[in-house]
Design a binder for this molecule. Structure first.
Ligand code: PNS
Length: 198
């Protein structure tokens, strides 16, 4: 087996958090190159478009010379192969991440045994943090500056500012509507288990 100097860090990144950035930074010290791969997932209705997410991550990682950002469709292992990468990088925060991550790693291994999944333990300070938490806090008008990169915080605030009805709806109803310009995702649908890492 050839040694791999390239790691793919796949995810939804809706939006990128400081926890993701922590993994990217540390990954960039371990591998020659880290490719942050943003999944184009037609079954999810994200807050930010694919293009916005790629731009947000590029802006947040521009100081890391060996990090690049791309979007991809389809299977992660196929994308990894197309980039000659042998490593999938994932962060592990808490025990509840483990089950889903192990299942994904095993599935990917059955699809391409030459590609290994490498887990980095998320730094303690970010063990609570997810994209969903960021969206939840921002939806209720809370501060997210300490949770996401500066450029992303601005866009999150802007997004919810442009949709103030979201906060109003939350106050008046038990089923808040999604402020996303991309689609009608409710907070109920966001709580589904496949979104837990977001
Ligand atoms: O940030 P996320 O949503 O936890 O990332 C999940 C992701 C994108 C890594 C995972 O859903 C994925 O790899 N999707 C692509 C489809 C795929 O390859 N599935 C097989 C592994 S279960």
């Amino acid at each position: 087996m050839q040694k791999s100097a390239i790691a793919i860090y796949p995810g939804s990144f809706d939006p990128i958090t400081l926890g993701h950035l922590d993994i990217i930074e540390r990954g960039s010290q371990l591998f020659n190159r880290v490719i942050v791969a943003v999944l184009c997932n037609p079954s999810k209705q994200p807050l930010f478009t694919l293009e916005q997410r790629v731009a947000q991550i590029r802006a947040s990682t521009q100081y890391l010379v060996n990090v690049e950002v791309e979007s991809f469709k389809g299977l992660t292992v196929e994308y990894a192969k197309s980039r000659q990468a042998r490593v999938l990088l994932r962060g592990l925060r808490v025990l509840s991440d483990f089950e889903k991550e192990l299942q994904m790693a095993h599935t990917n291994n059955t699809l391409n045994p030459e590609i290994e999944t490498v887990f980095l333990a998320t730094s303690n300070e970010y063990s609570f943090l997810s994209s969903s938490v960021v969206k939840e806090v921002a939806r209720f008008g809370g501060a997210v500056d300490h949770l996401v990169p500066e450029n992303v915080a601005r866009e999150v605030y802007q997004c919810y500012k442009n949709h103030p009805e979201a906060t109003l709806t939350v106050m008046n109803s038990t089923r808040p509507q999604n402020p996303s310009p991309d689609g009608p995702e409710t907070s109920t649908s966001k709580k589904n288990s496949t979104d837990s890492k977001n």
